[in-house]
Design a protein around this ligand. Sequence first.
Ligand code: KIV
Length: 264
Amino acid sequence: MKPTTISHLRQWKASGRKFAALTAYDFSFARLFANEGVQVMLIGDSLGMTVQGHESTLPVTVADIAYHTAAVRRGAPQALVMADLPFMSYSTPQQTFDSAAQLMRAGANIVKLEGGEWLAETVRMLTERAVPVCGHLGLTPQSVNIFGGYKVQGRDEAAAERLLADALALEAAGAQLMVLECVPVALAQRITEALAIPVIGIGASNVTNGQILVMHDAFGITGGHIPKFAKNFLAEAGDIRTAIRHYIGEVEAGTYPAAEHSFQ
Ligand code: KIV
């Protein structure tokens, strides 16, 4: 099997083939996911909550993400590995370069950062220095204290226009992928159609080019609040390998996420 690259994701978008991604944080799950056909994995700063037990993603450091990225890379040598730049790790150019370098050296193929047009220069600087960038718009968990909770974004016309403008600005600056989290279906459709780059949704309905789930949500491990967009594939499948294959199959067929997992 050849390595999955950003070019593959672009080709899939062009041909209308949907793809399924999962967060991964360790060697064993990464290897299992890869063996069952997951070609895109994210070392998300969600690990602050799912692995470390914090209330939010804010305590996560670059060293944490790098540690888990290296483990995932060992488990999935051919996967397209995305690594999150955590909270306050890209606030100055030098800090951004140092953070991104640490993640790329750990095995990432692309780094992800949260925020809109104000990050265009950061995206440009990283891209010029050979670091591919994935944008992340909509519900950006690092901004939870600004949003006042984990809320659907882009519900009114002005907010929707802002998010569309942000997406276009990040793409123009060189972003190669875009994660879109918790936005209404109509806005997800507008952004997915407006961008040439692949859009990966989470809580953004089935209109995006790809889907990503926090692995704990896909297997029903998440305690407390279960997001509306989450689906426990393990409950239906009975074993983890079948659950992964069902997730991939339903994403590719466009049957997950269904209307009940989406926001209007
Ligand atoms: O940190 C994470 O796991 C993420 C996904 C929710 C997209 O950013």
